[in-house]
Design a binder for this molecule. Sequence first.
Ligand code: ZN
Length: 214
Amino acid sequence: MRLLLFGAPGVGKGTQAKLLSAKFNIPHISTGDILRQAVKDETDLGKKAQEIMSRGDLVPDDIMMGIIKYRFSKSDCNAGFILDGFPRTTNQAVELDKLLNEMNINDIKLINIFADEEEIVKRLNSRRACKECGHIFTLAEIKNSKSCPDCKAKDSFYLREDDKEEVIRKRMEVFRKSTEPVLNYYKKQEKVISINGLGSVEEVNIELLKFLGK
Ligand SMILES: [Zn+2]
């Protein structure tokens, strides 16, 4: 099973990726993670990427493709993979198609997890993080409690910058503008499975598995 995971910030994409990865025993490949790993391992591509990022520039597609290709070549990808956070542009989608063709892979699906913007804002805006242990809770989980259920720290809850309404809306807008063409690219190829990201983690997961025919 080879999946591309796609969705707006806050739809719970990462959580679903982890569940699918565990269920099908295929790696969850986050492009952010493999990029950091390449830099840490000081591979040729990692060194180039590091140099570019240190100038404050974005890592160009050809380097990113090289890093993805290297990751795909590892044996744990033989049975499949879940690629998370890529492609983000049509050009990247075209380049990814070329790579997959080279590898004789033609069974990819793009999972599009969507949700109503107002619901996402409401959901993220009602999360609180513990500044001591970093765990994230919903207001419903902590109710009126003043201490962290995990580390017992007192008065340690705060609203993270990323969970603030204006920040979420800005990220959603960027997402909408830049990713719509990517979605259309895969829709034309009839490779898109759209899943409503509202509901609990379990509900969304059940829905996903149904669409995957599992
Ligand atoms: Zn805590």
